[in-house]
Every structure is written in structure tokens, then in C-alpha cells.
Design a protein around this ligand. Structure first.
Ligand SMILES: NC(=O)c1ccc[n+]([C@@H]2O[C@H](COP(=O)([O-])OP(=O)(O)OC[C@H]3O[C@@H](n4cnc5c(N)ncnc54)[C@H](OP(=O)(O)O)[C@@H]3O)[C@@H](O)[C@H]2O)c1
Length: 317
């Protein structure tokens, strides 16, 4: 496993990191989820991403339990806030930042997270209030660094211009061969401000592994077949996309890679990406995905990928 620096922080994060969204908030049975975390450490993953809202605390509680016996400095732990935890608890106000982080730390059974992220931008709270409160939790030692997820370029610039507060070091956008929108504005503005990318759904929720095929039944053991986890995958399961993905298979084979490795090596080809946050429903997937670290795709393969996928990409803004 190779490691990259996360933006201007001193965090060294594994190129492949482990997320816990649909999988470890209840979608994957507990024993198997614990085996996945175990496997992640075995293959050199040191970076784990969660959020208070994943299973309304369930993902953090699970991680708090399975990480408890590992030295706290042997892994980099990231969580987030913003989405509603109750009818009255949501957003990025000062009160919420202190309250939600305290609750997350209790569930995670730790006194600090390495990275505290704003899950979305809060239109209802002044940005200054959010940045001051984030700085307070850093000063209190409860968060080492701060980041955001899915903020736009103007919002990122506005935060960078506020003086006397902690600076963001990480951005968490959706990014994959099938979703390239952040390349246009978010990646450049972040690079100019010492902010690294930790990208979500790099496998298109599994679609880029080639397991779903146009006109074929959905595999029974897949996310798309699981009612606890198939809430967001639908938009990627159309025949046009699936037929294009099918055409990537000979490219992966020619590079001696699995389809998952091709997709992950593709996001990691950009050095502004510090880590690809994968989800995994079983340990073998983690071993497969971790092996993408350090792989460099040939210029020929990169061009061929674009030729195949360009017709099905959403227009980049
Ligand atoms: N900030 C945000 O708003 C946001 C949004 C979404 C996600 N995230 C973060 O990003 C993480 C990853 O998201 P994601 O789970 O959608 O990522 P993903 O890596 O694109 O998809 C993960 C799913 O693909 C399948 N898979 C993974 N490796 C495979 C392999 N080698 N071979 C075959 N199938 C494989 C598994 O599903 P099955 O085996 O069940 O088919 C797995 O659960 C989340 O856990 C979360 O931490 C953040």
C-alpha cells in the first residue's frame, strides 16, 4: 500500500481507504463487517471514513467497537456532520458542531478524530460561525484537521479567504470514471489552497466492477439487490452505462487488472486525489481494491477509457 499526504496536513493516508456508509451502518452483517475492517488493516489501509448520519450513529458505534483495541495513532479516522440526526439537530451552527462532535466521539470511543468534515454546505449558518466553531474544536484537541464534502468552488474560496481560522485540508467529492464533475472547478481551487481530495464511490457503487450487465438479472449478492443498500445505485443501472462498462473489460484484462483495480487506479492517476474511499461488503473485495495502489495505467489505456466512456458521461459543468 502506498500513502499520500492529505492536502497541507501532516496526515499520511493510504491511497485506498475504507468507507462505512451503507455497508457498516447495517447493510452488511456485523461479523462480516468486522472481518472487512480487519482485512483493511492487514492490507495496509490506515484511513477510515464515517459520518454521524450513517445509520443515525450506527456506523460510528460499530467502528468505535471494532477499533477499540487498536492503538489510536495507528489509523486516521474521519467523520462528518450536517445531515439531520433528529428533527432539530442538523447543519453547521456552532452549537451543532460542538454537540455533534461530542456525540460522535462518544460513539467512536475516542477523544479525537483526525478529520472532521462538513458533510454539505449550510446555507442557513454564516460561514464565519462555522469556521470559528471548527477552529474551536481543533483548539480543544477534538479534531486534528477539518474538511468538507461536496462544497462548490465559490464556497471553498470563501472559506479560504476567512482569516484567523483553521484552514480546510480535505475535500470529499464524488469522483469516478463515470462522474468527473469536480475536475472542472473543485480540484483546481482546492489544489491552490492546500486541500486534498478524498473521493467517494470511486467504483460507482460497484457498477464499475462490471458485475451488473445490461439485460441480465441483478446478481443476488450485490448492493443493487439488497433493499437496505440499493437506495442510490439506480441512476447508474441503465443499459447505456452498463454496455459502456462492459467494453472496459478487455482494457482491464490487457493491464492484468481486475475491473475494480482499473477504476481505482484511474482515480489515483491524478495526484490531487489523496485517497479513494471504497465501500466493501466482504474482505476479498478489500484485498482486490487495495492492490490498485501503486498501479500506473498506460497512456493508451487512459485514452481508450475516455473513448469508451465519453458518450455516457454526464456533461462536465
Ligand atoms: N460524502 C458523501 O456525501 C459520501 C457519499 C457516499 C459515500 N461516501 C463515502 O464513500 C464511501 C464509499 O462509497 P461507496 O460504498 O458508494 O463506494 P464504492 O467503492 O464505489 O462502492 C462500494 C460497493 O461496491 C462493491 N464492491 C467493492 N469492491 C468490489 C470489488 N472489488 N469487486 C466487486 N464489487 C465490489 C460492494 O458492493 P456489493 O458487494 O454489495 O455489490 C461495495 O459495497 C462510503 O462508505 C462513504 O464513506 C461519502
Amino acid at each position: 500500500m502506498k500513502y499520500r499526504q492529505l492536502g497541507d496536513s501532516d496526515l499520511q493516508v493510504s491511497e485506498i481507504s475504507l468507507g462505512s456508509w451503507l455497508t457498516y451502518s447495517g447493510g452488511v452483517e456485523r461479523e462480516q463487517a468486522a472481518a472487512c475492517v480487519e482485512k483493511a488493516f492487514e492490507v495496509g489501509i490506515n484511513f477510515i471514513d464515517t459520518a454521524n448520519v450513517y445509520g443515525k450513529g450506527a456506523s460510528e458505534t460499530f467502528l468505535g467497537e471494532v477499533l477499540q483495541n487498536r492503538p489510536r495513532d495507528s489509523y486516521v479516522l474521519a467523520t462528518k456532520l450536517f445531515f439531520p440526526m433528529t428533527e432539530t439537530d442538523s447543519g453547521l451552527s456552532r452549537v451543532q458542531i460542538h454537540k455533534q462532535l461530542n456525540d460522535s466521539l462518544k460513539r467512536l470511543k475516542t477523544n479525537y478524530v483526525d478529520l472532521y468534515q462538513c458533510h454539505r454546505y449550510d446555507e442557513n449558518t454564516p460561514l464565519e460561525e462555522t469556521m470559528i466553531a471548527l477552529s474551536e474544536v481543533v483548539q480543544e484537541g477534538k479534531a486534528r484537521y477539518i474538511g468538507f464534502s461536496e462544497w462548490n468552488a465559490a464556497q471553498i474560496k470563501a472559506a479560504a479567504q476567512i482569516t484567523g481560522v483553521e484552514k480546510f485540508v480535505s475535500s470529499q467529492p464524488q469522483y469516478s470514471m463515470l462522474w468527473r464533475e469536480p475536475e472542472a472547478e473543485v480540484f483546481p481551487v482546492c489544489a491552490a489552497n492546500g486541500i486534498g481530495q478524498i473521493v467517494w464511490s470511486p467504483l460507482g457503487q460497484g457498477v464499475l466492477t462490471g458485475k451488473y450487465r445490461a439485460g441480465q438479472p441483478i446478481p443476488k449478492d450485490s448492493r443493487a439487490a439488497n433493499d437496505l443498500m440499493n437506495v442510490f445505485i439506480g441512476r447508474l443501472l441503465n443499459d447505456e452505462i452498463l454496455n459502456a462498462v462492459e467494453k472496459l473489460k478487455p482494457l482491464a484484462a490487457a493491464e492484468n487488472l481486475s475491473m475494480a483495480q482499473l477504476a481505482l487506479a484511474w482515480v489515483l492517476r491524478d495526484e490531487r486525489v489523496s485517497s479513494a474511499i471504497i465501500g466493501a461488503s466482504r474482505p476479498a473485495q478489500i484485498a482486490d481494491n487495495a492492490a490498485a495502489s501503486g498501479i500506473e495505467l498506460s497512456a493508451q489505456t487512459l485514452t481508450a477509457i475516455d473513448e469508451i466512456l465519453n458518450p455516457v458521461l454526464a456533461p462536465v459543468k
